[in-house]
Design a protein around this ligand. Structure first.
Ligand SMILES: NC(=O)C1=CN([C@@H]2O[C@H](COP(=O)(O)OP(=O)(O)OC[C@H]3O[C@@H](n4cnc5c(N)ncnc54)[C@H](O)[C@@H]3O)[C@@H](O)[C@H]2O)C=CC1
Ligand SMILES: O=C(O)C(=O)COP(=O)(O)O
Length: 470
């Protein structure tokens, strides 16, 4: 069971006003006159000047961060005055549901599953920050259809994963794990049989995206030949060669490494048939997602000598936190896997470096602040990417209206009938599939009118979520 070491940042005891799902955040605190100290200067509201320029009472925003999100991300959020609660582990589903009901923002990594069941309870949630690359753990479609934006960090840990794989290629080729374990147990076992240089060997990369292509460059620099397979036709780096089929790659590679996302099409992408097609005595590495490799098939292929070694960083089921056991209770074949020779088992650490975690904390932390404070969706993986220049502080009685709605005909006309009583300074709208995102800055608004605008927008049948900022 996950230990829940708590590390509370911010002010957990300060009561947040409940923000309704039609999220007009603290409408009564919406209009902040420019502080006199600004003397009418043309100050733009930016996320780095939160103290007096904040668009609403940021102390009302409740954030839950799970899975030991890096301090860099926590600091960015806490600096805004948000209430930030940070836990070191993921949470069991029942506890997650209990917690998620109360927060406006949740930050997770690869472990926490935000399924429809969980998100259905998240009545106050406006945004999810995945402090990692993968977003397969979130029901992106459900989130979009309920106006919940999702952000991630698309490549801040790619280099760390690529470097780990390089280390694993050499470790497997030289059986370093076994030699080290033997000597740890006191056994001197100096052998060269079936230990190889990697120079001149062929690396087969499945998925030539951010990680696969970075790995390609590093592997060539060490004298390997690189071939890759991808569903997209992608430019080869260096002298790498794209293969027409997965089978062609499996037939030719000495080392096969997987870098595809978790998708229905990639589930058990490497199974008994694929091991069959691999070279005798070849190696398999998986640092993508645990569902990509059929592990019982890998165990068979290792036992019958087809596979000379393997490295796994990811598993179909992973423990909730450090110190938890990796046993058959979690994955029925765990003991068999642990008993194999020349297998490197790591606890999903591909992206776990100081550099990567710090960069991810900053990138996702800033995206969350931008979204909460300004409604900007740049970098969102499930909503259309919409940006609008920030309001300036010297103009009183401005408001930013955000209206997430179903992408059906006639909505803009109705919205603009509502906003038309005010001066619409600027407006932008875009859609992604069935969901559209509209942002408008309006002026000549008196504080009492905010609720009226919000209620009118909420009454439209197209409404998914309304937020009024400033
Ligand atoms: N072990 C770890 O700690 C980490 C694991 N990851 C995992 O690695 C995965 C890959 O990461 P990136 O390279 O950044 O992703 P990416 O999106 O840049 O690249 C993935 C590539 O896979 C290709 N692809 C998709 N479906 C395919 C299929 N059926 N057959 C062949 N190719 C296919 C795509 O076209 C794309 O080029 C992530 O989705 C994540 O699950 C990412 C970071 C850290
Ligand atoms: O970035 C990813 O997708 C990863 O798999 C790394 O996940 P983590 O942040 O270590 O839980």
């Amino acid at each position: 069971m996950a230990t829940q070491a708590q590390d509370i940042v911010g002010s957990p005891n300060r009561l947040a006003r409940v923000v309704s799902h039609s999220l007009s955040i603290s409408p009564t605190a919406t209009f902040h006159s420019p502080p006199s100290s600004f003397g009418g200067a043309q100050l733009t509201r930016t996320i780095t000047a939160p103290k007096q320029l904040k668009p609403f009472d940021t102390q009302d925003i409740k954030i839950l961060l799970l899975e030991n999100v890096n301090q860099s991300g926590r600091d960015i959020l806490a600096a805004q005055g948000y209430q930030v609660e940070a836990l070191k582990t993921s949470l069991p589903e029942d506890q997650l549901i209990e917690k998620i009901r109360q927060v406006h923002v949740i930050g997770i990594r690869s472990k926490t599953k935000l399924s429809e069941k969980v998100l259905r309870e998240a009545k106050n949630l406006i945004v999810v920050g995945c402090f990692c690359i993968g977003t397969n753990q979130v029901d992106l479609d459900y989130a979009a259809r309920h106006g919940i934006a999702v952000f991630n960090s698309p490549f801040a840990n790619s280099r760390s994963v690529a470097e780990l794989v390089i280390a694993e290629i050499i470790t497997l080729a030289r059986q370093l794990g076994d030699r080290s374990n033997e000597l740890h147990r006191g056994t001197w076992n100096k052998v060269s049989s079936k230990c190889w240089e990697i120079r001149g060997k062929t690396l087969g990369i499945i998925g030539y995206g951010h990680i696969g292509s970075q790995l390609s460059v590093l592997a060539e620099a060490m004298g390997m030949s690189v071939i890759y397979y991808d569903i997209l036709n992608l430019m080869a780096l260096g002298t790498a060669k794209q293969m027409p089929t997965l089978s062609a790659l499996l037939n030719d590679a000495d080392f096969v490494t997987c870098h595809v996302p978790e998708l229905p099409e990639t589930k058990n992408m490497i199974g008994a048939d694929q091991f069959e097609q691999m070279k005798q005595g070849s190696y398999l590495i998986n640092a993508s997602r645990g569902t990509v490799v059929d592990i019982p098939a890998l165990i068979n292929a290792s036992r019958n000598g087809k596979i000379a070694g393997s490295a796994l960083d990811v598993y179909p089921s992973e423990p909730g936190g450090n110190g938890d056991y990796f046993t058959n209770d979690l994955n029925p074949w765990a003991e068999d896997l642990r008993s194999l020779k020349n297998i490197i088992l790591t606890p999903h650490i591909g992206g776990s470096t100081e550099e990567a975690q710090r960069a991810i904390g900053v990138e996702v932390g800033e995206a969350l602040v931008r979204y909460v404070n300004s409604g900007v969706t740049l970098g969102s993986v499930n909503l259309p990417e919409v940006n609008l220049r920030s309001l300036t502080m010297d103009e009183p009685n401005h408001a930013r209206v955000i209206y997430v709605h179903h992408n059906v005909p006639g909505v803009l006309r109705k919205v603009n009938e509502i906003l038309g009583d005010h001066n619409v300074d600027k407006q932008i709208t875009d859609n992604k599939g069935d969901v559209a995102y509209l942002m408008a800055d309006i002026s000549d608004v008196r504080p009492g009118q905010i609720k009226e605008i919000s209620d009118s927008l909420e009454a439209l049948s197209s409404r998914i979520m309304t937020r009024i900022l400033y």
